[in-house]
Ligand binder design. Sequence first.
Ligand SMILES: Nc1ncnc2c1ncn2[C@@H]1O[C@H](COP(=O)(O)OP(=O)(O)OP(=O)(O)O)[C@@H](O)[C@H]1O
Ligand code: SF4
Ligand SMILES: [Mg+2]
Length: 412
Amino acid sequence: MSISPSESHASEAPAEPKGGVVLGNPASKLDLSRPPILEVDNLQMYFPVRNSGLIRRTVGYVQAVDGVSFQVPAGGSLGLVGESGCGKSTTGRLITRLYKPTAGRIDFDGRNIANYSASQLMPLRREIQMIFQDPATSLNPRHTVGAIVGAPLLIHKVIPKKQVLNRVQELLEVVGLNPEHYNRYPHEFSGGQRQRIGIARALTLQPKLLVADEPVSALDVSIQAQVINLLQDLQREFDIAFLFIAHDLAIVRHFCPEIAVMYLGKIVEISDRETLYNRPNHPYTQALLSAVPDVKQAAIGGRRERIRLEGDVPSPVNPPSGCRFRTRCPIAKEICAKVEPPLLQIGKRHKVACHFAGELGNHPTAPITAGMLGVDDQGNHDPGASPSKDIGNSPGFSDFWFDLKTRTMAKS
Ligand SMILES: Nc1ncnc2c1ncn2[C@@H]1O[C@H](COP(=O)(O)OP(=O)(O)OP(=O)(O)O)[C@@H](O)[C@H]1O
Ligand code: SF4
Ligand SMILES: [Mg+2]
């Protein structure tokens, strides 16, 4: 891939309003013809909690990520959304292998990198890069922009030293910055410009996968649109796959054809964009979506009723039994405290982890999962039942799924 400035990067005149963010490029589409570049299977990250005594013993674990599975198609993008503290950044840091997972598989381009050593990871650093959540703190204030963007080129000895400055200037131009500003320091730039420096640094080694951790949440709304458009242009131009982390459903809606919703370390719903926004089946997704302003509805005078979740997010050190959302769920029943709901495929590209999965106002009264889990409707062991094996939690989608209307298996 050669780095050349794109005409479209200059197009920062936003056009179409979408849920509070003004965006100029058309929303990206799902391309199922390409195999996944990333497959994450049952990923787990438990951080030890130690006491404060002289002998520091482990007294518990922060279950930051607990059994997360998903795929990111090559050149495509998956959105990862959820409230603060649900484990989004930890998931991103696991994939970039800034953390070593407690358990699980991270298949990147056909190799399981979950347990790679530092020396095995070195060449991989070129292929997976991360844009960090906070542009102000992720850039070294004592280094010039040229040194920051050029460092990966020098460390990985990608090009001869004397060509580094040229390449840095090309990259600054690609992200819409003045190439002559390579000798300035991060504090001499605005927040949006600093985020562009972070993007230029992430692009330096021409990665196949970019983990973008809330790349625009620290920016003004007008600057958000510019940076999102820039990322879309770069994705198209350089065929980069994205794991796009955000807490704002309006932003991932535009960027990502598929979206996973996380709650307290687990994925509770994952689906193609249209299904997730128009027919969410998990009470948590329904609550999150009720808080997103809908421009089309507002234009016709309609209003989506706001679902207010009661209580705080529980501690990931001691999460609730059964379904982790049950302490805040408006439709929780007895089974929810006893049995964890599997991430069940209920459509061609739709999975949901809820015993009472259904569209808003149309949740079933009896759990859909009881039979397949070998329990009765209250979640007690049912000796007469024959539970299904291997339900839920595998990455990707199967050709078969559980049809909620007929309560039988369906096929595409
Ligand atoms: N290094 C660490 N040591 C211990 N606990 C951690 C560590 N990093 C994160 N955590 C905890 O793990 C949980 C998930 O944190 P994480 O940063 O992944 O959340 P997040 O979804 O990215 O939140 P936000 O939207 O605020 O960025 C939190 O409870 C956090 O306190
Ligand atoms: S499993 Fe129960 S508690 Fe969890 S989301 Fe579904 S209804 Fe609510
Ligand atoms: Mg985070």
